[in-house]
Write a protein that binds this ligand. Structure first.
Ligand code: URA
Length: 191
């Protein structure tokens, strides 16, 4: 079974309206990875089009990035019911698809949005060791170079744009982290 079929076998994929693959430029050097589609994304089949997406649009505009410069996808390609968090089994079934996207795109920079995406990359894509990784509160804004399945990637963990909706005190932290993103991507050659 290939990576896409594996994800499609999960209950969330059988029950969703649309599979949400990604948006932006697949040839870009910068990849943003969120958690999973929400209700609006499920309706439209496009990631980050709801309230969290509006925050992400602001974030991108602040650092002068457009969808021409980046690609955006999620850990899960289908919406979990009631917007619950992804289960380890779902992450295991869906991330081979994400890894395939990464193999094809070969991004130089990955901005992981929130805990799930950040722990996935810190664990080098090994779902079983995600629980051993530090959370987003500890690692946001801290740039590190990771080896991801043989690819050298600059990882920039960021708070999830949805977190700002519930916790406005994150805004200044977020803006500071954006300065770091801006600095990193303004390097003439990313490596
Ligand atoms: N939150 C995510 O993590 N991804 C989306 O696509 C929308 C909301």
């Amino acid at each position: 079974m290939d990576e896409i079929e594996l994800a499609k076998q999960t209950e969330i994929c059988k029950n969703c309206k649309n599979i949400v693959i990604g948006k932006g430029n697949e040839r870009a050097q910068i990849l943003f990875v969120g958690e999973a589609p929400g209700r609006n994304e499920d309706e439209q089949g496009i990631p980050f089009v709801g309230a969290a997406g509006k925050n992400l649009d602001t974030l991108l505009a602040e650092v002068g990035l457009s969808l021409h410069d980046i690609y955006i996808t999620n850990i899960l390609k289908c919406r979990p019911p009631e917007n619950r968090g992804p289960t380890p089994a779902e992450i295991k079934a869906h991330t081979p698809w994400l890894k395939k996207q990464i193999r094809e795109m070969k991004p130089k920079v990955v901005c992981s949005l929130g805990n799930y995406a950040t722990k996935f990359f810190l664990a080098g894509g090994n779902v079983d060791s995600m629980d051993d990784q530090q959370g987003i509160t500890q690692v946001h804004g801290k740039v590190r170079v990771i080896d991801f399945e043989g690819l050298k990637i600059k990882l920039i963990p960021l708070f999830h744009p949805a977190a700002i909706i519930y916790n406005r005190s994150i805004i200044p932290v977020w803006e500071k982290d954006m300065e770091i993103v801006k600095h990193e991507i303004s390097q003439k050659t990313l490596f």
